[in-house]
Design a protein around this ligand. Structure first.
Ligand code: NAD
Length: 455
């Protein structure tokens, strides 16, 4: 960093300092944006799609060749179970491969305009893209921005989250000789000091931000100052609906994934669960038993299913919502605090928690908790259930669990969410347009249309 300052990043399992990263500020952002423009103008803008395809394929190969080390770094820095970190890294490589291919087919069109004339449209890259990512999927979400931005012919300045800068830096080290200098620039640092100067920068042509809705609003306001285009992937409070015909065993399996994957630190986490009253008790017995059986512990252990949260601050946030729910008179069915085990005492662990008898209008239901906390509601009337499922500011994701195809289609249309999984959850294959509406964001990532957002 220009200032010479650094910040510490910690292992949330032990609390130990893992590394010091450069604390970038607006001077570093200025230098990075300049380097990105130099690379764009001198080289990248004139690179053929075939060459971009080859280079992005090489990026994917390098990531795969180093997958174990990258996954381990991600687990150490973020706390996610190692098997989930491996799943992330595989998706990252696939993301680069998908957009390597898509670069070859992305183009304009010819439209007849009458009188023997025709209109030709050409897709041009913007130039320099500013990308800001959060800490829950540090490398995966970075790839959702880098791969399409580069495939469309842009150069990028990327700011990782201050809690988790290491996996992106490791990948940059591995691909240093693949991409020309200045095509990707990473500035580590805090949101206010490095993120804000990037998203406010007048020479950025497009901002792609993933993070909280509160910061997303600031980013959008800043972008308005220079009339800069934005993609925003923001928060969620996603409903999952279990219909009375559902196979309960399967429904529980889906919900374990929907709620507790990545320690509940998923923007799409199915945190509001609507179970039909006819199967409520049977479902809850099985779900609570599974939640209590989740193996919590060292995320580097391949048997671990629930790791620590990313930081102490996030533990406090989760616990404060649980306290609020208790004060509001809700019932804590299981969990509700930190584990008692001595072995986990230094880590940022929160026990899987299930809450019911909670008012849907209350703060813990309306706001994102971003931890392993499920809020469950019994329903009987379809229309009332849908009205409640939609009664939040967010519209990111949802789930429907039923064997009745017509019912599934109807609910998928009635629920206000960008992505709706049926009998399934938390799946992010390249090619699936991902993103929300209402206050969950603007734009779609991971799919062919994403190239339009970067050109
Ligand atoms: P956050 O908004 O606090 O931070 C996200 C990123 O923005 C970080 O890199 C941070 O340093 C940076 N930042 C902070 N203040 C900034 C500012 N003023 N200007 C520019 N950048 C700034 O969010 P978080 O706590 O890191 O992540 C959790 C949030 O991200 C949750 O709300 C979650 O739902 C959301 N999220 C959304 C998606 C999605 O695709 N929709 C995916 C993952 C996470």
């Amino acid at each position: 960093s220009a200032s010479g300052e650094t910040f510490e990043t910690r292992d949330p399992t032990t609390g130990e300092v893992l590394a010091e990263a450069q604390a970038g500020n607006s001077d570093d952002i200025d230098r990075a944006v300049e380097a990105a423009w130099d690379a764009y103008e001198s080289e990248w803008a004139n690179t053929d799609a075939t060459e971009r395809q080859r280079l992005l394929g090489e990026v994917a190969d390098r990531i795969e060749a180093n997958r174990s080390e990258i996954a381990k770094i991600e687990t150490l820095d973020n706390g996610k179970p190692i098997r989930e970190a491996h799943a992330d890294v595989a998706l990252v490589a696939d993301q680069f491969r998908y957009f390597a291919g898509a670069a070859r087919t992305h183009g304009g069109e010819t439209v007849p305009s009458g009188s023997g004339k025709s209109i030709q449209t050409i897709r041009e890259p913007y130039g320099v893209i500013g990308a800001v990512v959060p800490w829950n999927f540090p490398l995966l979400i970075a790839s959702w921005k880098l791969a399409p931005a580069l495939a469309a012919g842009n150069t990028v300045v990327l700011k990782p989250a201050e809690q988790t800068p290491l996996s992106v830096l490791k990948v940059m080290e591995e691909i240093d000789d693949v991409l020309p200098d200045g095509v990707v620039n990473v500035v580590t640092g805090y949101g206010e000091e490095a993120g804000a100067p990037l998203t406010e920068h007048e020479d950025i042509r497009k901002v792609s931000f993933t993070g909280s809705t509160a910061v997303g609003k600031q980013v959008m306001k800043a972008a308005a100052e220079s009339v800069t285009d934005v993609t925003l992937e923001l928060g969620g409070k996603s409903p999952v609906v279990v219909f009375p015909d559902a196979d309960i065993e399967h429904a529980v399996r889906v919900m374990m994934f929907a709620m507790f994957y990545n320690t509940g630190e998923c923007c799409t986490a199915g945190t509001r669960l609507f179970v039909h009253e006819d199967i409520y008790e049977e479902f809850m017995d099985a779900f609570v038993e599974s939640a209590q059986g989740l193996q919590m512990g060292d995320p580097l252990d391949s048997d671990t299913r629930l790791g620590p949260k990313v930081s102490e601050e996030q533990v406090e946030r989760t616990l404060s919502y649980i306290e609020q729910a208790k004060e509001d008179g809700a019932r804590i069915v299981t969990g509700g605090g930190q584990p008692e085990s001595e072995a986990l005492a230094d880590g940022c662990f929160v026990v899987p928690t299930v809450i019911d008898d909670i008012d849907h209008d209350s703060k813990p239901v309306q706001e994102e908790i971003f931890g392993p906390v499920e809020e469950v509601f019994a329903w009987s009337d379809y229309d009332e259930m849908i009205a409640q499922a939609n009664d939040v500011d967010y519209g990111l994701a949802a789930g429907v669990i039923t064997n009745d195809l017509s019912q599934a289609n109807r609910a998928a249309r009635d629920i206000e969410a960008g992505n709706i999984w049926v009998n399934h959850y938390t799946d992010f294959p390249a090619g699936q347009p991902f993103g929300g509406y209402k206050q969950s964001g603007i734009g779609r990532e991971q799919a062919e249309e994403t190239l339009d957002h970067y050109s």
